[in-house]
Design a binder for this molecule. Structure first.
Ligand code: GDP
Length: 417
């Protein structure tokens, strides 16, 4: 049988714009979750007087979080349509969800940006996280964006409002480096389900004839994948799988390929192991390639040498451990010599910006100013960063610099030392 396409995405957007509800609706209408679970959630929600929260709760993990009425951390979610197996890679609604989003975005083929179309909400989102999230996923290498213009029911299903949002967002997104052909806008309502899986009826939006969200998801070409490059798999989970498979890791194959019987090397530990078995989509497989999420059963290595965020590499060409690097970054806050947490995927270590090398022109990348004292938010710059401990890093890897829970900058690694 033909393997379905695989695609992974993150869901981003300002808090309360409807990310969790929209994903809950998507999974519900695709029948990934059943009516009984929804009814149960709805009953619980009504009991505490927040009935509209039922759909968002689909994404929740514990009842304690339900009682507080917030949506938190989801594990990686899988679902499939006729054509494609999808992975949702993030944790909408999480209090400090930027680190999760970074981890997700570094592996995503595309992003779904949820925007609340109702009066003033879109505008306050622009001053809030709408732009920050879009810039962040762009700097993590995401090229394709599906924009769910959500809560159209609250905007009177208005075409004028939709066009207004589309125009403003298009101008911003293209200036942020997205190509117009890679952005699509869909007017929808996650709460009631219009244009998520089910097409909106003519009485509401006679002016819209485009795709539903799920059609657009299916039509999104997975990002070009680096199958020819040396193997890199970032570990998302380590677990003991029982007697037959004593030690297993799972994660996305970021580059290259791997097969059963092969020897790999885990970095930063540098320890070697053998691949005893592989699973892709919960089924045994002989091999896996870039873009797929795989589970590897390993022998000849101790659990102590495998941690979340580590990288499984081809033993012929492993990634190097790095203690300092230069990066071209996009500043979200003022950047100056300062302490920062350096995030690469799920891994983060303390470090500091030691040298301010140059301010660069946004589009040409040419040096406009050497040795700046400080870089303004919104500017692009080249800086040198030193790490407290060496971690596996290589160009053109994506990193994010954070300080006290704030995202300071996102960058592209230029050279590792
Ligand atoms: P998140 O913080 O982005 O995950 O937002 P939630 O999914 O928690 O939604 C925030 C609030 O908006 C909740 O009260 C939802 O019921 C409500 N909401 C979400 N989508 C819609 C929609 O399409 N229409 C309306 N009227 N309300 C919505």
């Amino acid at each position: 049988s033909k393997r379905k396409d695989a695609a992974s995405f993150v869901v981003i957007g300002h808090v309360d714009h409807g990310k969790s509800t929209l994903m809950g609706r998507l999974l519900y209408d695709l029948k990934v979750i059943d009516q009984r679970s929804i009814d149960k959630l709805r009953k619980e929600a009504t009991n505490i007087g927040k009935s509209s929260f039922a759909l968002a709760w689909v994404m929740d993990s514990t009842s304690e979080e339900r009682e507080r009425g917030v949506t938190v951390d989801i594990a990686t979610n899988y679902f499939e349509t006729e054509k494609t197996k999808f992975t949702i890679l993030d944790a909408p609604g999480h209090r400090d969800f930027i680190p999760n989003m970074i981890a997700g975005a570094s592996q995503a083929d595309f992003a779904v940006l949820v925007i609340d179309a109702s009066t003033n909400s879109f505008e306050s989102g622009l001053r809030g996280q709408t732009k920050e999230h879009a810039l962040l996923v762009r700097s993590m290498g995401v090229q394709r964006l599906i924009i769910a213009v959500n809560k159209m029911d609250l905007a009177g299903w208005s075409q004028d409002r939709f066009i207004e949002i589309e125009q403003q967002m298009s101008a911003f997104l293209t200036s942020a480096g997205f190509q117009a052909k890679n952005i699509t806008f869909i007017p929808c309502a996650g709460l009631t389900g219009e244009n998520i899986v089910r097409k909106v009826t003519k009485d509401k939006m006679p002016w819209y004839t485009g795709h539903t969200l799920v059609e657009e998801l299916e039509g999104s070409e997975p990002a070009k994948r680096a199958i020819e490059q040396p193997l890199r798999l970032s570990i998302a989970d380590v677990f003991r799988g029982g007697i037959t498979n004593p030690l297993s890791v799972s994660g996305r194959v970021d580059a290259g390929s791997l097969q059963v019987g092969e020897q790999i090397i885990a970095m930063p530990s540098g320890e070697k192991a053998h691949i005893k078995g592989i699973e892709v989509d919960q089924e045994p497989a002989e091999w896996a390639v870039a873009g797929q999420i795989a589970t590897l059963h390993l022998t000849g290595i101790d659990e102590a040498h495998l941690r979340i965020g580590d990288i499984i590499c081809s033993s012929a060409n492993p990634i190097k451990n790095t203690k300092a690097f230069t990066t071209k970054l996009l500043a979200f806050e003022h950047v100056m010599p300062m302490y920062v947490d350096v995030h690469r995927g799920r891994l983060h270590v303390p470090g500091k910006i030691t040298q301010m090398l140059a301010v660069l022109d946004k589009s040409s990348g040419e040096v406009t100013k050497k040795k700046p004292r400080v870089v303004q938010p919104g500017s692009v710059a080249r800086v040198r960063v030193e790490l407290e401990t060496a971690i596996p890093l290589e160009a053109p890897g994506r990193i994010v610099l954070r300080n006290q829970g704030q995202t300071v900058a996102a960058g592209l690694l230029e050279s590792a030392e």
